[in-house]
Every structure is written in C-alpha cells, then in structure tokens.
Design a binder for this molecule. Sequence first.
Ligand code: ATP
Ligand code: MG
Length: 425
Amino acid sequence: MKQKLQSVRGMNDILPGEALRWEWLEALVAKCLCGYGYLPVQTPIVEPTPLFSRAIGAVTDIVEKEMYSFSDALNGEPLTLRPEGTAGCVRAVIQHGLANQHTLRLYYMGAMFRHERPQKGRYRQFHQIGAEAFGFPGPDVDAEQILLLARLWQELDLSLTLNINSLGQPEERARHRQDLIAYLEKYETSLDEDARRRLYSNPLRIFDSKNPTTQAICADAPELPAYLGKESHAHFAGVTRILNDEGVSFTVNPRMVRGLDYYNLTVFEWLTNDLGAQGTVAAGGRYDGLVEQLGGKPTPACGFAIGMERLLELILQNDAAGNGAPDIYVVHQGEGTGERTTRLAFQAAEQLRDTGYRVILHCGGGSFKSQMKKADASGATCAILIGEDEASAASVLVKPLRDKEREQELVRLADLAYFLSTHFA
Ligand code: ATP
Ligand code: MG
C-alpha cells in the first residue's frame, strides 16, 4: 500500500479561509509599520549557517538544538533555514551598505524554522513580522517601537501586557556574570542538568529555566539591574519616560532575559494569558553590537518580531473579525442575467464595493431559501434581497443576519450606501 503523504510535523498548511485572515492581518500590520516610516525588505529563507551561530550565539537553544541545518549537496557549504529574521536582515544591510551614513527602518514578514516540540502556539515552521531600526543610539527609537506595537494592539482591540528590562552593556553583564556564577556554584548539585551545563557558558540564560528547583534558586540570585552603570540607567529611564508620557503601562521585570545573545540595553516582551503556555506574542530589544560583530561598521540597532500564529489565534479568540467574511451577501431572483432583479443586484453590489464594502453577489441562481442559507453561512452582517417587487421600486430589502432582533427594511438603491453606513457601522 502506498504511504499517505503528509506535511512535516509542526509545519502547517494555511487553507483558504485562514489564508484570507493572514492576508488581512499582514496588510494591517504593514500599514501600521508604514505609519512609522518602516519600509519592507525581503531576504532569503536559507542563509550560511555561521551567520546564525555568530549572530544568535553558539550557546543558545536556537543554535544548539533548534536549527534546520544541512550541507549544500554540490559544494558542501553549511546552510540553515532561518530560525529568525534579524540576522539575515543585518547581513543584507551590511552587504548592501544600507546603513552607511543613513538611519534606516526596515520590516519583513515570512516563515522561520525551529526544530522545537510542536504544541499549540509553537511550530517548526512559523511566521514572524519583524522590524529593525538602524543607526539610532538613543532610547527614542526603542520607545517608538513599543508605541508602534501598542497602537497595533489597540487597532486589533487586544489587551496585552508589556514587560521590559535593561540588559545593560557587555561589561556590566560580565561583572554580573561573575557574581552570578559564584552564587549558582553554591547550589550546583541542586540545579537541573541544563542549568548545570550553562553555568559557565551562559549563566544568565538559567533565569529562563522552567525547572521549579532551579527557579527557586534563581529567586535570590544577584539581579542584573544592580550592576548597570549611569548611562545604561539613563537609557532605560529615557524609554520609560516616553512610555509614561504616552500612557503605555508596563512592568519592569529584572529577570527577563531573551533567548538570543545579541541583545543589550532595552529588551521587551508583549504577553497574554489567553494562549496558555505560549503567551509571548511579540518580543524585541536593542542589539547595538550585532552589525559590527557580523562585519559591518559599528551601528546601533533595535528591533522586534511578532509571532503571526500566536497573534492570529489571539484575534480569533477575541473576535471573529478578519475571518474573511463579507459585509454583505446579495440575494436575488432570476436565473439568467437579463432579468431586472439580476441587473439591479449587480448595480447594488458594484455600488457598495465602490464605497469599500466586501460584497458577495450570489451567482448560479436557486430559490430565495437556498440563497438565504448561503448568505447565513457566509458570515455576512446583512443580506440584501432583490425580488420583482423591490426591482419595481428601484429598492432593496436589507435583512440583518447577525442581529436577528432587527427588522428588515426596504431601502431605495440611491440611499443604500448611506443607510448601511448609519445602520451597520
Ligand atoms: P518563546 O519563549 O515562546 O520560545 P522566543 O523567545 O524563542 O519565544 P523570539 O525568538 O523572540 O521568541 O521570537 C519572537 C516571537 O516569535 C515570539 O514571541 C513568538 O511569538 C514567536 N515564536 C517564536 N518561536 C515560535 C515557534 N516555534 N512557533 C510559533 N511562534 C514562535
Ligand atoms: Mg523559543
């Protein structure tokens, strides 16, 4: 028997109904990003493996165990499916000299690949919308990126909470690291295996452990903020000042560390409690050293990435908006195209599309009853019915589909768009 072919575990098809919702969301986020001066960029899905080990850090979960890496069959070059977008974006900026003597705001959307255990909100192929700003050393751009996301959540009617922290500068982290190792060494035998392995290679990451005993040990460990110097504090204060001025509430979480090594100073995460364990919808921060580290001129930078699957799931839970449903479904008598009713239906549908409504005009004839069933199933807010009586009066019958309490009303074609905008806004 032939084996059934299936998609790779953790890599999902996005089928038409859902794909429409994706396009709607991508367009909405793109509009928001453009509103802040970000321009789109596209980079390859496959990059040389050393790009990621150098950018993300050799001792991180991503590089140690989550990358899809392989050798080019012809020349043996080590290649990797991108696990995140920043490294490729920075590579492109350096390669094309985009940030030389310029500041630059870029965004991208696309598939990322990580070999993780698939579960709700965690996939092996997932999608991010990311933004990166280059050439801005001050806290203004960090705060602006956070404001951009706050505006996006507001437009989507979502309430997410913001956690921020400062990771300071590499020298400050080095001093903290020494003290942290000295503290953790005292509890070495009680730490979980992962934490013990990271004790000397990447102790800060131990704060991220999900193991309860390790977490309890970390509770009294020296915290990074106490090691930050004046400038780092001033940068962080600059970010929080703008957030306060703009009414964006946040929690300072001194234990927040990110899963990637390139961050310094500001880091932030937007969280929800509505998605179970996978509650981080977007995350980012400053990475002032990365451009130089990857061979470019020293260029301060700051960026974030939104997890599309998590954001869409949250939107779906919150509301049916963006599900691809039309606003209006037009039901009409008449099988051919010559009848008055059909011609009026086309006229009404086109007129409504002119004013921005999403309209499905019933095609293929059938009884009013069977057409109404389709109208109901379409998810439209209202149906427009056109029979001989309506056609004689150059009018249509507007029938609410969601709010069943509401009466249907006869509306003249000339008044239809105005009527809908006042009654179904
Ligand atoms: P997590 O702690 O959930 O593993 P992360 O710190 O690894 O997230 P980042 O590398 O900062 O995540 O990526 C930014 C965003 O991309 C995350 O906040 C999340 O929304 C999304 N994301 C990351 N990994 C996955 C995945 N495997 N599946 C789906 N979305 C993901
Ligand atoms: Mg992760």
